[in-house]
Design a protein around this ligand. Structure first.
Ligand SMILES: *Cc1c(COP(=O)(O)O)cnc(C)c1O
Length: 351
């Protein structure tokens, strides 16, 4: 029963609108909770006892998925990647050849923390060649990168590049994706059952007692994307990526993710020079007006991270971050060159 009045047609439009942005492989379901709940529900549904699943781990979210899948009983092969390294579709192909019964490949399209983006369409192709389904966490990617094509399950949230609320999320699944969750009884009430959530939305229109402010915020976010155009939104994120990377190079710094096509458009990571202390450098950059944070370190060294998604995917924001880091890193003499390189790259990308 619906305790709060919210029109079912608007609820449906939010679900379908977000589902389309997620790639719209098939019927979508709205989860009245932040995206990690949707991701846990998806893992819970995929993780049949003894079912072989390949989990590509490129950060905390991937590791969580592995844990949830294992807790549900799946037999998980984890492909652990160092921070900022993109998954190699050939490697995925090899792993699936070695485990031909693999039912699903699970991974995160883009990582805000490390700056990486995986070649999602190539991974989908490799998985489908081996008759494995694909489930993608596109929470960070949606609105900043093209949606996955032909994935079987995609989870998104509006709180990053869509500038929306963090208290709801959407999963869009193909027929095959829904079939993967087939052991879950759609009439058994559980927030960790996407089939149940879909069934109750069909049954009740607006299931439970949703948070109206969250739904209205999602509507505003969708309207803003519609007004700008999803292609333009994605292009603006690509321009931010190009601008900040060129700016960093112009001041003698090195992007942590070497290949541009493996760098996502939501956040950028940069190598910390060997003679600098990463946390200190981040602190100085913040004191200089930036938003750089310590990202992490691997045997390659340490890196800083800055986000530039949603309303921060602007040239103005990128220039400010470059100036702050330039001052912190003692490259202030190069800030003019960095600004010129960044604005050149921005304009080339949006043309
Ligand atoms: C932000 C994010 C999430 C989770 O969002 P919450 O709001 O914390 O639930 C999941 N996956 C990725 C890749 C994210 O960037």
């Amino acid at each position: 029963m619906s305790g709060t009045a919210f029109p079912p047609d608007r609820y449906r439009r939010i679900t379908d609108g977000l589902g389309r942005l997620a790639g719209g492989a098939g019927p979508s379901v709205l989860i009245q909770a932040e995206a990690v709940v949707a991701l846990e529900a998806l893992a819970h549904g995929i993780g049949l006892a003894g079912r072989p699943v390949l989990s590509i781990e490129s950060s905390r979210y991937g590791r969580l998925s592995t844990d949830w899948l294992r807790a549900a009983g799946a037999q998980v092969t984890a492909l652990e990647l160092p921070d900022g390294e993109a998954a190699d579709p050939q490697r995925v192909d090899d792993l699936l050849r070695a485990e031909p019964d693999t039912a699903a490949v699970v991974f995160t399209q883009a990582e805000v923390l490390t700056g990486v983006a995986h070649p999602v369409d190539d991974i989908v192709e490799a998985a489908h060649r081996h008759d494995a389904a694909v489930a993608v966490d596109a929470v960070a990617a949606v609105g900043g990168l093209a949606a996955p094509r032909n994935a079987d399950a995609v989870v998104i949230g509006p709180q990053k590049a869509l500038d929306g609320p963090s208290g709801l999320s959407v999963a869009t699944l193909s027929e095959r994706g829904w079939a993967l969750l087939g052991r879950q009884d759609e009439t058994f009430a559980s927030v960790l059952s996407l089939p149940y959530l879909r069934h109750s939305a069909r049954d009740q229109g607006v299931p439970g007692t949703p948070s109206v402010p969250e739904l209205e915020a999602a509507e505003r976010a969708l309207a803003a994307v519609e007004a700008e155009g999803i292609e333009a939104r994605i292009t603006r994120h690509h321009a931010a990526r190009a601008a900040i990377r060129e700016g960093l190079r112009a001041m003698g710094l090195t992007p942590w993710v070497a290949a541009e096509q493996h760098a996502n458009t939501l956040a950028t990571t940069v190598e910390v020079p060997a003679d600098a202390d990463a946390r200190e450098l981040a602190g100085h950059a913040v004191a200089s007006g930036g938003h750089w944070v310590y990202g992490g370190s691997t045997k390659r060294g340490a890196y800083l991270q800055v986000s530039h998604y949603g309303r921060r995917a602007t040239l103005a924001h990128v220039l400010g971050e470059l100036a702050a880091l330039a001052r912190a890193a003692g490259h202030f003499a190069d800030v003019g060159d960095a600004a010129e390189a960044a604005s050149e790259a921005w304009h080339t990308a949006v043309l």
